[in-house]
Ligand binder design. Structure first.
Ligand code: CO
Length: 135
């Protein structure tokens, strides 16, 4: 089996600055990284929480996956991200287990990491992102 670590929990938000302010006021902590990812149609901010991160996602427009998510489900949990050393191997394993994938091949996400999404139908109705760890 593969060793997975919780990399981040991602929340969809309407207003990234307001969400960062709320987090800072309530829990303390500053975003370590902020980036627009045009390909995914989001601006993201990563806030370190212990050894993991909270990722805040703001859609760049309504006509993006996160924009449509916000329109139908409102703000809140969008996905969880699991770090794994061998992302191709993990995807192969998931396919063999019958999991439906969003991405059959890894692509480049925030911070230049190789990522792939697993369909929410595979696990508890929750979108799961695999992130290849650099260790
Ligand atoms: Co993510």
């Amino acid at each position: 089996m593969f060793a997975y670590n919780l990399d981040h929990v991602a929340l969809a938000v309407h207003d990234l600055d307001a969400a960062i302010d709320d987090y800072r006021r309530l829990f303390g902590g500053e975003p370590l990284h902020r980036e627009v990812i045009e390909e995914q149609g989001v601006e993201e901010a990563m806030i370190a929480v212990g050894g993991s991160f909270v990722q805040l996602l703001r859609p760049l427009s309504e006509d993006t996956p996160v924009g449509r998510f916000l329109a139908t489900r409102g703000e809140g949990l969008h996905h969880i991200a699991l770090a794994v050393a061998d992302i191709e191997g993990a995807l192969e394993h998931l396919v063999r287990q019958g999991a439906r994938l969003v991405d059959r091949e890894p692509r480049i996400g925030g911070r230049g990491a190789r990522i792939a999404f697993v369909h929410p139908r595979a696990f508890a109705g929750t979108l799961v992102e695999l992130v290849e760890s650099h260790s």
